[in-house]
Ligand binder design. Structure first.
Ligand SMILES: NC(=O)C1=CN([C@@H]2O[C@H](COP(=O)(O)OP(=O)(O)OC[C@H]3O[C@@H](n4cnc5c(N)ncnc54)[C@H](OP(=O)(O)O)[C@@H]3O)[C@@H](O)[C@H]2O)[C@H](O)CC1
Ligand code: K
Length: 448
């Protein structure tokens, strides 16, 4: 399910700060809740398509949003019922319940379902996992369409805790900004389609969802070197390096060299003996170097990584090259592309959500980190983060990481700074994978 493009993501604390700033500048929390409930009602009205709706309200302001949504739905002629888990615990929620004015059922075992269920039990204020009896009761409603208010109830908004909701949502209406849980597994997989209701909050954040991939045409006066030159160092598994070199060209650089291989998958790639590696590294036109695809840990890898670091070129380091380079990176322009296992080896002992850990790894290494997975995170040392959920599940196959490394080199060679290059490469990779779809193999990503 696609999620909003280039949208801000706020943690629960950042969200509370944004709400407070909003209140300080004259927009009350009651107004925000009214807008939130109205936005939820609008999405629900379309989803319900004339069918009855059941709103489940919790004790906090998430429940408050639910009461407001119920009032707006009733006003639009929808047959709407409300069931509460507990009495409202906040003044805003109490006021919202009074304004609803209709009957409130008890969320008990005998609660009759409706074709559409609005889950307004808990939002960013969830402080512990759902109680087992409540979870069991909610699972009885699981066959219905579910619209979750802000996050599916049971999900911890910051994506640190692996708590699960009892009801997975078909649609989640994120209020004011996305939350980390909307883009991090396992929570993201329970949110369904995530839509953003702006509600008037000033949501500035260096943590954002991935932008759409925009392919710039080369300028009219472009030539192969002005479009960027990248070098891929092959290890013993030549195929992986071949995929990376092919991606260098397909992702838009003008010149790709495959060092240490007698042949290449595309005739346009210059495949040559590894003896020329040092000479190539010294070429002023060289914009980026890839090391790691198909190159297990070895003395030879350490030597090649050292030579590449010494050259001062922008580097893309994958697989074993990451651990090899880390102690000597020293602020060199680099993109590291670890998957979960490689990340744990390279950056042991980090805590928090995947976003927190990627941010810490980037800050520690001074490099841009692409922490790969179905919920890929791109992190820059200065704190910028791009979250790539939902990627494309067909990318879960051998060789696609090699293609991503080559794409990163292409973007660097074309002149992007490291974070922009990494974001563009991830975005290119996903958009290509989505276009191919079922049955994708890595080679397809680098075919015409
Ligand atoms: N983004 C905005 O600008 C706006 C968001 N709004 C909505 O407000 C919620 C956040 O509201 P908040 O009141 O802070 O929190 P919740 O409604 O999520 O829940 C808090 C209450 O729930 C209790 N709680 C927490 N965990 C559990 C649990 N596992 N089981 C039972 N009860 C639980 C908690 O009690 P404590 O004992 O922990 O104190 C609270 O009573 C946000 O998500 C939006 O939906 C507003 O509309 C304003 C604008
Ligand atoms: K909710």
């Amino acid at each position: 399910m696609p999620s909003p493009v280039d949208a801000p993501i706020l943690t629960a604390d950042a969200m509370r700060a944004a709400e407070a700033a909003c209140a300080a500048s004259g927009t009350s929390l009651a107004t925000l809740m009214e807008r939130a409930g109205a936005a939820v009602a609008d999405f629900a009205w379309r989803m319900a398509a004339g069918n009855p709706v059941l709103v489940l309200c919790g004790p906090g302001n998430n429940g408050g949003d639910g009461y407001v949504a119920a009032r707006w739905l009733a006003r639009r002629g929808v047959h709407v019922r409300v069931a509460a888990l507990a009495e409202p615990a906040s003044e805003l929620a109490r006021a919202a319940r009074r304004a609803w004015g209709g009957p409130v059922e008890v969320l008990g075992d005998d609660l009759a379902p409706a074709p559409l269920v609005i889950d307004a039990l808990f939002g960013v204020g969830l402080s512990r996992p759902l109680r087992k009896d409540l979870a069991a009761r909610l699972r009885g409603l699981a066959k219905r369409r579910v619209l979750a208010v802000d996050v599916p109830s049971g999900v911890e908004a910051d994506g640190v805790q692996p708590w699960a909701p009892a009801l997975s949502a078909d649609v989640t209406v994120a209020l004011g900004a996305l939350k980390p849980a909307h883009v991090l597994l396992p929570a993201a997989a329970t949110c369904g389609k995530v839509v953003l209701a702006p509600i008037g909050i000033e949501a500035q954040s260096s943590l954002r969802t991935l932008p759409r991939y925009e392919c710039d045409s080369p300028g009219a006066a472009a030539h192969k070197f002005s479009r960027g030159m990248a070098l891929v160092r092959a290890g013993p598994m030549r195929g992986a390096a071949g995929l990376a070199a092919s991606a260098v060209l397909r992702a838009g650089a003008g010149y790709a060299i495959l060092s240490g291989a007698s042949g290449a998958p595309l005739s346009a790639i210059i495949a040559e003996d590894g003896d020329h590696f040092a000479e190539r590294l010294a070429d002023e036109r060289l914009g980026a170097v890839v090391i790691g695809p198909g190159y297990p840990a070895s003395d030879a890898l350490d030597r090649d990584v050292a030579a590449a670091l010494k050259s001062g070129r922008a580097l893309v380091l994958d697989a074993a090259a990451i651990v090899s380079a880390l102690p000597r990176l020293g602020g060199a322009p680099a993109i590291l592309t670890p998957h979960a296992g490689e990340f744990a080896r390279a950056f042991p002992g980090l805590e928090g959500s995947k976003i927190d850990r990627a941010r810490a790894a980037a800050s520690k290494s001074g490099a841009v980190v692409i922490y790969k997975g179905a919920d890929t995170i791109v992190a820059a040392p200065d704190g910028r983060i791009a979250a790539a959920w939902p990627g494309c599940p067909w990318l879960a196959t051998a060789g696609t990481g090699d293609v991503l490394a080559g794409a990163c080199a292409a973007m660097l060679a074309r002149g992007d700074e490291a974070f922009d290059a990494a974001v563009a490469a991830v975005s290119w990779h996903i958009s290509r994978a989505r276009a191919i779809g079922p049955g994708l193999v890595a080679d397809d990503l680098v075919r015409a």
